[in-house]
Design a protein around this ligand. Sequence first.
Ligand SMILES: C[S@@+](CC[C@H](N)C(=O)[O-])C[C@H]1O[C@@H](n2cnc3c(N)ncnc32)[C@H](O)[C@@H]1O
Length: 373
Amino acid sequence: MKKKDSKTNLLDHSEAKVKLLGNYLSIYLNVLSRSPINKIYLFDLFCGEGIYEDGGKGSPMIILETIKNHYFSNNKTCPKIEILFNDVGNSDIEVEKLKIDRVKGFARKIFIPDTVKDYYTKIDYNELITKVIGRIARLESNERALIFIDPWGYKEINPNDLKQLLSCNKAEILLFLPIYFMSRFVEKSRDEEFKGGRAIRKFIQGLFGEMENLDTIKNQKDFIFKIQEQFKEFLGIKYVDTFKIERENNNWFCLFFFTTNKRGFEKMVQTKWTIDKKQGAEFKQGDEVVLDLFTEIEISSYDKKLINFIKVNGGATNFQLADFGYENNFLPTHTKKILDGVKEQLEIISNDNKPARGYYLGDESRNVTIKFK
Ligand SMILES: C[S@@+](CC[C@H](N)C(=O)[O-])C[C@H]1O[C@@H](n2cnc3c(N)ncnc32)[C@H](O)[C@@H]1O
């Protein structure tokens, strides 16, 4: 069978990516529409074709349909939203057209609530990102922004831009990176003479300062984990999540999520784990599922970290443990599984005069301390 072209078709890995975007946006709108937030800004900076040859819907369609569904399932109400769709390219499907004009055409056929304003631009990302940073810096205290960055490669992505976007504490970012292409030449690019390593050197130096600050990469998932940890350090934030997506055999992509907002982060971790319960923190092509919860735990050493956290602090409350789990991208049910494994050695002390019969992770009505005997 002829291989589908990823420029004119929405391949499975891209579908998984936009599904996570749509699911998260739906929760984001639900939470913000019930909060004092007055206006939401959405940016889709590399928005693509809109609809692909195989009928697959790209990010703009997913965004607009999510808003439409929010409106109809909330008594025909919707928060004030401004959306910017941007793409600089010519269509690969209708060659005489710009992608952004296709997107605009498809958008006209979707119901858009009166409170929503949609804008369409064809500005080079390198120029646009400066304007977006400026706009985000001017957000009022009751305004929020969600920025979706989905380039083909990664050469435009400058970690410092992400830092500036997050610095106002009002923005969340979803960034899609082609891990396979990035990791392929990392080791070779430590040699400054290697010309093919320019782009990856620039990215790594932007994030890690020096190439030497990045330890040897064991494999693509190890690379994702190291980038994630360094993003936390570089951005000075606790909340960075990843959703790994495989395209073909061992060709990994990763959707990174950044926020300074604890609640938003918890919602994303929940969304990720519900995308496919079986697949958990990743999407894999075909039927075979290689990574599962336990592999995720292994990559991040979460079980060891959790036990160490309790020991070092001489115990931890149910709230602290739920937070610690989220910060490491795990749900309370995952943390519970690890605690169950060392149950015999644990002691649960009630702090609220009610009998303590469990860990009560994520249960705000209880207050217990869990410690090693
Ligand atoms: C991976 S595709 C985006 C897919 C899209 N998010 C979707 O769900 O269908 C990347 C897009 O970036 C556009 N692009 C490439 N370089 C760009 C640049 N410097 N500025 C803006 N857009 C660019 C391309 O035309 C392409 O449509």
